[in-house]
Each structure stands twice: as C-alpha cells, then as structure tokens.
Design a binder for this molecule. Structure first.
Ligand code: DNO
Length: 402
C-alpha cells in the first residue's frame, strides 16, 4: 500500500518538508486555483509537480504527485445544462495533460452543490484534542431556520424538528453564522465556496433532478470520459458522498455499496473506479467497509483511511471523526482486505497492484491546536494516523497469502 499525503499546495500550512518527515512517499494534490470547468494546462501541472518535488532548501524532496484529488466535475455537467459540453472537452484535455505528466490516478466526486460538510470543525474531546463532527440536530436547525429551505420540514420527523427549533433558539447570532459557515462556505478541497444566497439559487436549479436522473447524468459523464481515460492508462476513482445521505433535498447517488456496484456495472471498465473512503461511507451503519473492499476491490484505485464514531443506533445520524483506529470501522479488517486485494493483483500481474492510500483527516492534537491548518488536515493528527496504519500494514503484510 503506497503511503500518500494530501497537500493543498504552497499555501498549505503543512509543508512538503513536513510530508517528507511524516514518511509518506507520494502526494495527493489538486490545482485548487483553476476554476472548475477550465483546462489544467501542462505548465500548471508541471509547476505543482516541481513544488511537490522540492524541499524548502531547494533540495529534491523525492516525493511525487501520485493522485489528483480532485479534478472537479462542474455543476453544469452534473445538471447537463449550460456549458456542460465545453466542460467535458476541458475535462478530457485535463486528463490528456495529466497523463502526459505521468499522473495516473484521478479522484472526483458527483455530489450536487455541496462537497463534504460538517456542523462543527473543532469539537473538543475529553483528551483536549479537537475533531470534526456532524450533528443532525444542528444540521436540521441550519436547514429549517437559517437557510429556511422551502419544504425542508418534510425531511425531518417531528421530534427532530422540535429539537432543531430549540437548538436554533438557544444559539447566538455568532453561533448561527458559525454553523452556516461550517455547513456551506466550503471546506478544504471543495471546488466552490458559497453564500447562503448562492446555495438557495443552486438548490432551485436541482428542482426536478431526481436520484435516477442524476445517476443517468453521472453515467453519461463516465461514458464520455472513461474510454479516453482507459486509452491514456488512467484510473478514475469516484469519492463517496460525505455524509452519505441526501442533504438539503438534493439527491446523493454514491453513498452505498449498491450505488457503487450499479455505476461500476453501467460503465464496465477498469478505468471507472472507486475512492473507498472509510470515513465517509462509515457514517452509515449499513456500509460494511471490509466487505466492500473484498467485493469491489478490483476497482478500488485509491483509499481514504479514516474512522468515525456513529453517535446513535440509526442507520444514519450524528457522528464525529474518531482516531484512525478508534471508531466504528474495523480498520485492521479493512487494511487486511486491501492487502488481500493487492496480493490478488500481484498474482494476476496487474501493474497497479500497489493501492495508494492516505491517512484521511485527523484530530487536532499537540501543536496542531496552535497551528490551525485546514480543518480536518492537521499535521500531527494525520501523522499519528499514518503511523498507526503503517503499523497495521507492517504487521499484516508478510502474513497475507492469496
Ligand atoms: C474531504 C475530502 C473531499 C474529497 C472530494 C473528492 O476531506 O475527502 O473533499 O476530496 O469529495 O472529490
């Protein structure tokens, strides 16, 4: 399993020097400054590769840009409106340029409007660490009373509506602004940053786009893009919905094993693959992560290893981001399943047998609490996660047989 680390570019408060010391060998990055729908030019790609390849003192870092996360899919493509055909052409050009630069793994998502979202970005744990949290009552309070989305009450039962109202009334103006900011203003890596007005306008655009229609649009997107990706030797990998449920009345179509299986079947190519994110999918109790790795593993091109603690007995409810080995997903079983998949790939002669993974998110601990890097992406919390995962791999790998 190839140890990688997400780096947001030169403005990331965690540097390439830090990544090197954390022991990762590859970097996951994106050209966040290029607007969604525009072409990633060879020059821009080469500049990012050079940044990744260089330490502060100018010596080579030995790190390589292994995975793109994300090459974002525009809202126009998701809705099949406006400039979507031009955006498809741009997407294909970007893939050609990435392939020419030697980058083979391309992560994207198909979540309408919002990428990942949380209600609390620094929830204090008893140890003094902080983590990200999704509180369903807070989220309902946002939807019902801050965004005031028409029809929102249909999505929450009466008890939850009453709890959300009480929560909303108890919040100060500053609390309400903070909650709105956390939910919609764009977390690290999200392609867009929205105001409440933007979100309302975007939601209106999705009136009439059902789950089935959105899935159809995704399959159309893949039918347009995957043949080229296959020809170029690229591996596309779709990141799951985070959280993995419909939000704000929007359909979410990559939240379960059945969702993935359907899309993998519909465009049946090794270039059409999966980013298996154990944190996103693990927020639902009906997603069996080690089982998904076993059953869908030949299409898993990228792994996000992260854990969440589900706070209720419901299939989906409030959750928080646990330590990597601490939440509800059996991380040892998941790593074991990934190592079994690698062994199968090696036995069948696949060149891409080594699956890149990154320690996804991390709690803020020690110096992270003062550094305040991107929410979810602290240096020491992730370093601890990577070290724990590396320990599991070192213990299991020599014992895995096909
Ligand atoms: C959050 C990330 C996501 C992810 C995109 C992939 O931490 O995992 O923002 O990068 O959804 O397209």
């Amino acid at each position: 399993m190839r140890q990688t680390w997400r780096w947001f570019g030169p403005r990331d408060l965690v540097s390439i020097d830090d990544v090197r010391q954390a022991g990762a060998v590859g970097v996951v990055s994106a050209l966040h400054h290029v607007p969604t729908g525009a072409v990633w030019t060879p020059d821009e790609i080469a500049r990012r590769q050079a940044e990744i390849g260089t330490m502060k003192d100018g010596t080579p870092s030995t790190l390589t840009w292994d995975v793109v996360e994300s090459l974002p899919v525009s809202e126009d493509i998701k809705k099949q409106k406006g400039d979507w055909r031009a955006h498809l052409d741009a997407y294909r050009d970007s893939l050609r340029h990435l392939a020419a630069a030697g980058i083979e793994v391309i992560c994207y998502n198909f979540m309408p409007v919002l990428d990942w979202t949380r209600t609390d970005l620094a929830w204090k744990r008893p140890s003094g660490a902080t983590c990200m949290r999704f509180d369903l009552t807070d989220f309902a309070a946002f939807d019902l009373f801050i965004l005031a989305r028409p029809g929102a009450s249909e999505d929450y039962d009466e008890a939850l509506q009453a709890a959300a109202e009480a929560r909303f009334r108890a919040m100060s103006e500053a609390d309400r602004d903070q909650l709105a900011g956390n939910v919609v203003f764009g977390l690290p890596g999200a392609a867009e940053r929205f105001t409440l007005e933007d979100v309302r306008a975007h939601l209106a655009e999705y009136q009439g786009i059902s789950e089935d229609r959105l899935r159809g649009h995704m399959i159309d997107f893949l039918s347009e893009i995957v043949p080229l990706a296959e020809e170029l030797g690229l591996r596309l990998c779709c990141h799951p919905d985070d959280p993995p449920v419909p939000l704000l009345g929007l359909p979410r179509i990559m939240s379960t094993e059945a969702h993935y299986a359907a899309v993998m079947r519909a465009v049946d190519s090794p270039a059409n693959g999966i980013t298996l994110c154990s944190g996103s999918l693990g927020a639902r109790s009906d997603n069996d992560l080690p089982g998904m790795m076993d059953r869908l593993g030949d299409r898993v091109h990228f792994l996000h290893l992260r854990n969440v603690t589900r706070e209720t007995g419901a299939v989906f409810g409030s959750f928080h981001e646990a330590e990597h080995l601490g939440g509800d997903t059996d991380m040892v079983a998941l790593v074991e399943a990934a190592l079994r998949e690698e062994a199968r790939r090696r036995a069948s002669g696949r060149a891409d047998w080594s699956i890149p993974f990154r320690p996804d998110h991390g709690q803020d601990i020690l110096d992270d609490l003062g550094r305040r890097a991107q929410p979810g992406y602290p240096s020491i919390g992730r370093l601890k996660g990577l070290a724990e995962l590396r320990g599991i791999i070192a213990a299991l790998e020599p014992r895995i047989a096909v």
